[in-house]
Design a protein around this ligand. Structure first.
Ligand SMILES: Cc1ncc(C[n+]2csc(CCOP(=O)(O)OP(=O)(O)O)c2C)c(N)n1
Ligand code: SF4
Length: 246
């Protein structure tokens, strides 16, 4: 008798991702899909895609999806959740999307305590448009628009989104995780599951920030990109729970 130990989650459509080799968007998609399967919410989940490399996540998840204008996913998710309170609404957003163009939407959805789940993929760069500086680009990090490294005298300092949102009363969960090894991938999945469960239990705004790689625009191989994430991103963006309502 054979036993299936590894399979494609039902919540993921059987197509090939367009992501670059070594990009961790693919791992994060899988974790979100596994969580939807385990909670049995695929049939009532509505994703809101951001503009960025993950814009085509609507082609990958088998639940309903809406495409929001750049940065506006939390506002679109607010409307969806308020008009369809029994649905399970999540946004899937990059750092340029969530922390630059959509800063206001993010902060105000959080402070209103909108009962939505936000999956925030922080790769410290604008991936889709060719690697410009993002609000989360590290001091000294070389990008297309900071060829000598991010100069904090000119461009200021990176935004630590979870720490900032943790100060807001409307936030039920603000947690930072990553997916650079098996242990961290397991922790990331638990955090994503908690963020979905919080919504089902009407606890309010939950955000999971996932430190992610962009080997293409970082100019690194997939393996070196994971090393760069460990050596540079994790020290600046410590992993952990920044806020969790009982
Ligand atoms: C209002 C608006 N401004 C700018 C753009 C161009 N644009 C498309 S994707 C993108 C960057 C996305 O970066 P990020 O959100 O970090 O996601 P990633 O591609 O890195 O996953 C930008 C600036 C746009 N589509 N709309
Ligand atoms: S450009 Fe970067 S974020 Fe976009 S798919 Fe490629 S590796 Fe991933």
């Amino acid at each position: 008798m054979s036993e299936v130990v590894f399979d494609r989650p039902k919540s993921l459509i059987d197509v090939t991702f367009h992501y670059c080799p070594g990009c961790t968007h693919g791992i994060i998609h899988r974790l979100v899909a596994e969580v939807m399967d385990e909670l049995g919410v695929e049939g009532k989940a509505v994703g809101v895609a951001s503009v960025g490399c993950s814009v085509m996540s609507y082609d990958y998840f088998s639940c309903d999806f809406v495409q929001a204008p750049h940065g506006r996913a939390p506002a679109v998710a607010t409307g969806l959740k308020r008009s369809l309170p029994d649905s399970v609404v999540f946004t899937y957003q990059g750092d340029g999307d969530l922390a630059a163009i959509g800063t206001a939407e993010t902060v105000h959805a959080a402070t209103r305590g909108e009962n939505i789940t936000v999956i925030f993929v922080n790769n410290a760069i604008y991936g889709m448009t060719g690697g410009q500086m993002a609000p989360t680009t590290l001091p000294g990090q070389v990008t297309q628009t900071t060829p000598y490294g991010r100069d904090t005298n000119l461009a200021g300092y990176p935004v630590r989104v979870c720490e900032m949102l943790a100060t807001l009363d409307g936030v039920a969960l603000a947690q930072r995780v990553t997916v650079d090894n098996v242990k961290h991938i397991r922790e990331a999945k638990k955090a994503i599951k908690k963020a979905f469960e919080n919504q089902i239990n009407k606890k309010g705004f939950s955000i999971v920030e996932i430190l992610s790689t962009c080997p293409t625009n970082w100019g690194l191989t997939p393996v070196k990109a994971l090393d760069w994430l460990r050596d540079n991103m994790i020290p600046y963006y410590p992993l952990g729970v920044y806020k969790e309502k009982e």
